[in-house]
Design a protein around this ligand. Structure first.
Ligand code: BGC
Length: 517
């Protein structure tokens, strides 16, 4: 048992009970949360490439796409059009702050239920949209839904999961995001072919399917023992733990839960706490990692792949197909990370993925620069178009086994309990903020920076890869409650970690020597 101000996590011990049906259902509900997020990411690009959609809501952009004399880089540059995509993330950013309060005070289940319902409303409004206002209000509602779901589902998941499968479950959430993106791209590919031009309605309305599943799922699911305990119902919490673990013998785990809850209650100001110098490494990582994840430029591909491919002169059908190809690569490459993250470590994935992304971005920038120059007028042969598609796939694969899942995993595993919720809130909000900025800024960045845009993102990937090399210690196989030893042993961060922080942690750490960078 840990002392000295540190609380034991329900991680390094041998609790009774196994993986029960409850836990499996938990996974399915969590997957719905990831799916609604992913579906949103994937659906907007295809819809904004559909002529009927543009003609109805963005006639000026539609006219530009028909004008062959227009500079290719600027065809889709329209702030209202980007607002359609990005407004969701702004709403999600604001909603996640409210969600954290609701999740704490009323339980995880209520937040999931609320998230599912609001999201459902947004999907209906979008599918039925008669004007721009309905469209944007619908997107804002979807954003509120995503904010609540992203805040509550991962917490629900980690609290329900037995410690030994918590890491795998964490990455399953990312897996669900990528599946959601792919499903949306497939739907777009199908609906774009619908005669009469109402395919975009179906694409937007189908977001209701995962929303209904999340809503219904959360009505029937129990709340987590942690949440029940947090709200003062000790006996009920114990019974729930027995139920989800499938055994009456939960004393050890329950005692740890009680200790953790007690300690967490003592921290009156988690926000002030995280600002203390001793938490500097965690605060910096929880801020920089989501920022870096977004500045890789991945969402340029995820949101705008069809528009990007159209800009490069692919036809509408070929553009949507290409988006499906990148979406498939995204899902498959995520499997690679699930397989290798605990075998080869986080740093290996970050460094390999980073280098692969840099090479691809520079090559894409050079090719587009040579073919379209600064004027933005030019064409690609089919060989050149296929080569660019290949490079984009190699870039997406590299992201999907590095910054994609690790961008969520690292912030969640490096914080001690007393600052974990604050650290996680920083992570989610920085992520949403930069998702918003990139979504809003991309089309005009493409218009102004032209092929230089790829060098811009590539330059950031160089910086972040160097940053990881020097500043991120390896956390593979390190029990979460012993993480301070990793920071203490680090050449740079060590000076921020007081000695008592490490002495307070569990003393047995055989894994560490072999995992430090
Ligand atoms: C990121 C999203 C991104 C997705 C792509 C996630 O980890 O947070 O912004 O669109 O990966 O698969």
């Amino acid at each position: 048992m840990a002392g000295g101000g540190f609380v034991p996590q329900v991680g390094g011990r041998n609790y009774q009970g196994g993986v029960t049906a409850f836990v499996v259902i938990t996974c399915v509900v969590a997957a719905m949360g990831g799916l609604i997020f992913g579906y949103d990411i994937g659906v907007s690009g295809g819809v904004t490439g559909m002529p009927e959609f543009l003609r109805k809501f963005f006639p000026a952009t539609y006219a530009k796409t028909k004008d062959t004399s227009e500079n290719e880089y600027c065809k889709y540059d329209n702030h209202l059009l980007t607002m359609f995509t990005s407004s969701l993330y702004l709403a999600g950013l604001v909603a996640s702050f409210f969600a954290s309060g609701v999740t704490r005070a009323f339980g995880r289940k209520i937040s999931m239920l609320f998230g599912g319902l609001v999201f459902l409303l947004g999907a209906i409004l979008n599918g039925a949209a008669m004007n721009l206002a309905m469209l944007i209000i619908g997107r804002l509602l979807l954003g509120v839904g995503v904010g609540f779901a992203n805040q509550s589902v991962p917490v629900y998941l980690s609290e329900m999961a037995p410690a030994k499968i918590r890491g795998a479950l964490n990455m399953c959430f990312q897996m669900a995001i990528t599946i959601g993106i792919l499903v949306a791209q497939l739907v777009n590919y199908g609906t774009a072919k619908i005669q009469g031009g109402w395919g975009w309605r179906l694409s937007l309305a189908l977001a209701a399917v995962p929303a209904i599943m999340l809503t219904i799922g959360s009505i029937f699911l129990p709340d987590t023992p942690n949440s029940i305990l947090e709200r003062g119902h000790t006996e009920k919490a114990r019974r729930m733990l027995q139920k989800i673990r499938g055994t009456d013998n939960v004393d050890e785990e329950f005692q740890d839960l009680m200790d953790a809850t007690k300690a967490a209650k003592k921290v009156e100001h988690p926000w002030r706490n995280i600002l203390q110098p001793r938490y500097r490494p965690q605060l910096i990582m929880c801020t920089l990692i989501p920022f870096f994840q977004q500045i890789t430029g991945i969402n340029v591909i995820m949101f705008y792949a069809p528009v990007l491919f159209m800009t490069l002169g692919f036809g509408q059908n070929a553009s949507l197909m290409s988006a499906v190809i990148t979406g498939t690569v995204n899902v498959l490459a995520t499997l690679v990370s699930i397989y290798s993250v605990d075998r080869f470590g986080r740093r290996a994935l970050f460094l390999e993925g980073g280098m692969q992304m840099i090479v691809c971005q520079i090559a894409i920038g050079i090719m587009i620069g040579l073919k379209f120059g600064v004027s933005g007028i030019g064409t690609l042969s089919s060989f050149e178009a296929n080569l660019i598609l290949f490079l984009i796939c190699a870039y997406v694969a590299a992201f999907a086994w590095s910054w994609g899942p690790l961008g969520w995993l690292i912030p969640s595993e490096i914080c001690p309990l007393e600052i974990r919720s604050a650290g996680q809130a920083v992570n989610v909000s920085v992520n949403m903020l930069f998702t918003f900025i990139i979504a809003q800024g991309f089309l005009s960045m493409l218009c102004h920076m032209k092929f230089g845009l790829f060098f811009f993102f590539g330059g950031f990937v160089i910086i972040m890869t160097i940053f990881i090399f020097f500043f991120l210690p390896e956390t593979r196989n390190v029990p979460i409650e012993e993480m301070n030893r990793v920071w203490k042993a680090h050449w740079f961060w060590g000076k921020y970690i007081p000695d008592d922080a490490v002495i307070g942690a569990t003393a047995t750490s055989n894994t560490l020597n072999s995992t430090l960078p």
